[in-house]
Design a protein. Structure first.
Length: 354
């Protein structure tokens, strides 16, 4: 009886399609190899650091667990790179490759390619890095029915700064906050960027939008108006608010720039309109808030002269605290939004390199 049952099982396992059913297009035999090669995708580094305007390689290689070969040779390898979003349900397509076919998407077109230094190299090369390239990327390799993924984070060297418009604090909805950062040569900061800035000493009591739609603010010195004296330092979280109706400030992020930031030496102080024209006459443009923060944080720019910026604010960068020039801390000092037609100040200009 046992022998008969064994023979029946053998005949079932190796049964071929009956000739009478050959018209069924999708009928096929599936051979399962429980101990066969298993596809593994590996990122040699979980985090990669770069800067705006630079080039970077996000590492990704694939192997089979039980062989040293890159692929089995029976199926074409498909490599797909996507950028992960904050809600983890959506992904932004970046690059897809299969055989000789290549396709890049959106703002990545013309800037991404595979390194392909070996048969199993699926690393992604990104050129001319932009501020919005910051984030987490997924490398997915598919071969037949097998697939695996690895995640790499691209971090950018830069600076987070709080921003509010001329109208005063808490006047920006989420979309206006996005535009405000873009107008000042920056993007909305992520939570990770704000957290890193807090660890580096950023202390700001006004709540601001972040790129994931949350509203938060960093406190290093607990005090009564900012959550209370008895609270612990940290990044305070207001939660997620209506992007259309709710109004707060915003935290922006900027990185280095391809140009020259400088204080314009001029024989007289200037109104805002005169400052704009003075920079143009010098072959430049009036500098943006993101540019003064990048020059201060990344280049150590130090100047005790207050000057106009593009948004109509007046600021000055201090890297070496001293008497009469931010004696207590290194900072970009904010004078305010003076009357553009009657108040006289210097001006900070920016000249882009071609």
């Amino acid at each position: 009886m046992k022998t008969l049952l064994f023979l029946v099982l053998i005949s079932v396992c190796w049964a071929e399609p009956h000739p009478g059913n050959s018209s069924l297009e999708h009928e096929r035999i599936v051979h399962i190899q429980e101990n066969g090669p298993r596809l593994l995708v590996v990122a040699e580094q979980a985090k990669i650091f770069s800067h705006r305007g630079g080039n970077v390689t996000l590492p990704c290689k694939f192997y089979h667990e039980h062989t040293s070969a890159a692929g089995s040779g029976t199926h074409r390898i498909r490599v797909k790179w996507t950028k992960l979003t904050y809600d983890y349900l959506k992904e932004v397509d970046v690059f897809v490759a299969m055989g000789h076919h290549r396709k890049s998407y959106g703002g990545y077109q013309g800037r991404v390619s595979l390194r392909e230094s070996s048969e199993n190299d699926a690393s992604l090369v990104i050129t001319d890095i932009r501020l919005e390239d910051y984030g987490r990327y997924k490398c997915e390799v598919i071969e037949g029915l097998e697939d695996d993924t690895a995640v790499v984070t691209l971090n950018l060297e830069g600076v987070v700064f709080p921003y509010s418009p001329r109208l005063g604090r808490y006047n920006l909805n989420f979309h206006e906050a996005q535009r405000a950062c873009a107008e000042q040569d920056s993007v909305m900061a992520s939570f990770d960027q704000l957290y890193d800035a807090w660890r580096s000493g950023l202390d700001w009591c006004n709540a601001g939008w972040l790129s994931d739609g949350s509203v938060q603010y960093p406190i290093t010195k607990p005090r009564e108006p900012c959550g209370g004296r008895n609270t612990v330092p940290g990044v305070r979280n207001y939660g997620f608010w209506d992007k259309e109706k709710s109004r707060y400030d915003v935290f922006c992020f900027t990185s280095n720039f391809n140009g020259r930031f400088y204080y314009l030496i001029h024989p007289t102080k200037l109104t805002y309109d005169e400052a704009v024209q003075a920079c143009l006459k010098d072959g430049s443009q009036i500098a943006k808030v993101g540019q003064i923060f990048a020059a201060w944080k990344l280049l150590g720019y130090d100047r005790c002269d207050a000057g106009w910026l593009a948004d109509g604010s007046v600021r000055y960068p201090i890297s070496r605290p001293r008497k009469r020039c931010s004696p207590s801390e290194a900072a970009v000092r904010f004078v305010g939004f003076p009357d553009k037609k009657h108040k006289l100040y210097g001006v900070y200009c920016f000249r882009a390199y071609n």
